[in-house]
Design a protein around this ligand. Structure first.
Ligand code: UDP
Length: 389
């Protein structure tokens, strides 16, 4: 039987493991923690599914991704909504026409609305940086207003960097809506796994060809030497799909890749609810970026009494401090470093990197699944040209 080792049991690793297992690969999944699931791992606490590594909301336009995951979970329909708390005033995020009417100078609201609708068309979305750079002074002023109220402070907390120091794609994830749309995502499929993400992951891994090794650090069992892969000191001729941090795996030989980490403060309240929607962003003050109230987006039939929530305090990832890498900080410098690792790893033809860490990309769950399915498919078909550097 053909063999594969998947390092990491997050959504990328598990998707790839499952797709290979279904195609007669004998797959060993190596997980360094004592649980599977990576950052989508959740636990049922007081009848509420609590995302132990921060809020995860599934959304996609990709029917294949939706269909693939639907084999492992039932869903409940869920449309995510976010409010910004601006000194106690709640406005929708993404910033929309309701936010405009609630926050902007009353005498300018109608004028701005008209220009936005005439220029971009009702129902469209515009990146905030485009508004800031607009030729019209009023739109520029409005763009700066949105930046100040929604983006600058939050981004500084989240990334420890100024907007200009980040990949423009980061800001583009949250455009301005030229409409009254108040859903955070506008994808075709928006839903949450009925019995949580951990159950989805367990169902994915539940296959006769998949073996899971928990509490095993890949750095202790996998070695790359002279173009060959060694697993537990034996040459391994199967495929290795690596979803961990490549800088750590390669002993930082080309330098450290920067990541943001998070410190979570989990809290309980006896109240039936804490806040008006699932996630509230603190965009102008506070040290935390957002508060997520789990019963509002993780639990199909949430208990009436009590609620559990988390506050997120971002910080820079540092080695040997027990921190977790959550977000790759993609910029020119880090891309240069990552490309060196990728080039070096491409000497090992059966070794593939995948996922937010392995591929050093700030991707959502659906893209993680899509990339994993694509890689598995190309491995199965024997067409790996696009995965080499
Ligand atoms: N962002 C912001 N204010 C907000 C929401 C988002 O400044 O109220 C910026 C911030 O830089 C954030 C990025 O947009 O990191 C992407 O936001 P998203 O909600 O997609 O972040 P995630 O849920 O992946 O942490």
């Amino acid at each position: 039987m053909k063999k594969a080792i998947v390092v990491g049991s997050g959504i990328s690793g598990c998707t790839c493991a499952r797709a290979l297992a279904e195609n007669d690969y004998e797959v060993t999944v190596i997980e360094k923690l004592n649980h599977v699931g990576g950052n989508v791992y959740d636990e049922l606490i007081d009848d509420i599914y609590v995302h132990m590594y921060g809020p995860h909301i599934f959304h996609t336009n990709d029917e294949n991704v939706y269909k693939f995951l639907s084999k492992f979970t039932e869903w409940f329909p869920y449309e995510h909504k976010v409010l910004a708390n601006i000194y106690g005033n709640y406005v929708p995020v993404p910033f929309n026409l309701t936010s405009l009417e609630k926050l902007y100078m009353k005498n300018k609201v109608e004028k701005i609305k008209k220009i936005l609708i005439d220029e971009y068309g009702f129902g469209n979305k515009v990146p905030v940086m485009q508004l800031k750079q607009h030729k019209d002074k009023d739109i520029q002023e409005f763009g700066n207003f949105v930046l100040n109220k929604i983006f600058i402070h939050y981004t500084q907390k989240q990334w420890g960097r100024k907007i200009e120091e980040l990949d423009p794609n980061v800001m583009q994830r949250v455009p301005v809506y030229i409409s009254y749309e108040d859903k955070y995502f506008t994808d075709k499929f928006q839903c949450q796994p009925k019995l949580g993400f951990t159950q989805l992951i367990n169902n994915m891994l539940n296959h006769k060809n998949i073996k899971i090794l928990k509490n095993v650090d890949a750095n202790d069992v996998l070695e790359l030497k002279d173009g060959k892969i060694f697993y537990k000191n034996q040459e391994f001729n199967g495929k290795v799909i690596f979803t961990g941090a490549v800088d750590e795996f390669c002993n930082y030989k080309f330098g450290e890749l920067p990541y943001r980490s998070l410190d979570f403060k989990f809290k309980k309240t006896k109240k039936s609810q804490l806040q008006p929607c699932a996630v509230v962003n603190y965009t102008v003050n506070k040290k935390y970026t957002r508060i997520s109230e789990f019963k509002k987006f993780t639990t199909y039939k949430a208990p009436e009494k009590g609620s559990i929530y988390i506050k997120e305090y971002p910080l820079e990832f540092k080695r040997d401090k027990g921190l977790i890498r959550y977000y790759p900080i993609v910029n020119e410098k880090s891309t240069d470093i990552f490309n060196k690792y990728k080039k070096y790893l491409s000497n090992y033809l059966n070794f593939y990197v995948l996922g937010r860490l392995g591929d050093y990309k700030y991707i959502n769950m659906d893209i993680a699944v899509k990339n994993a399915l694509d890689l598995a498919n190309d491995i199965i078909e024997g067409d790996i040209s696009k995965w080499t550097y």
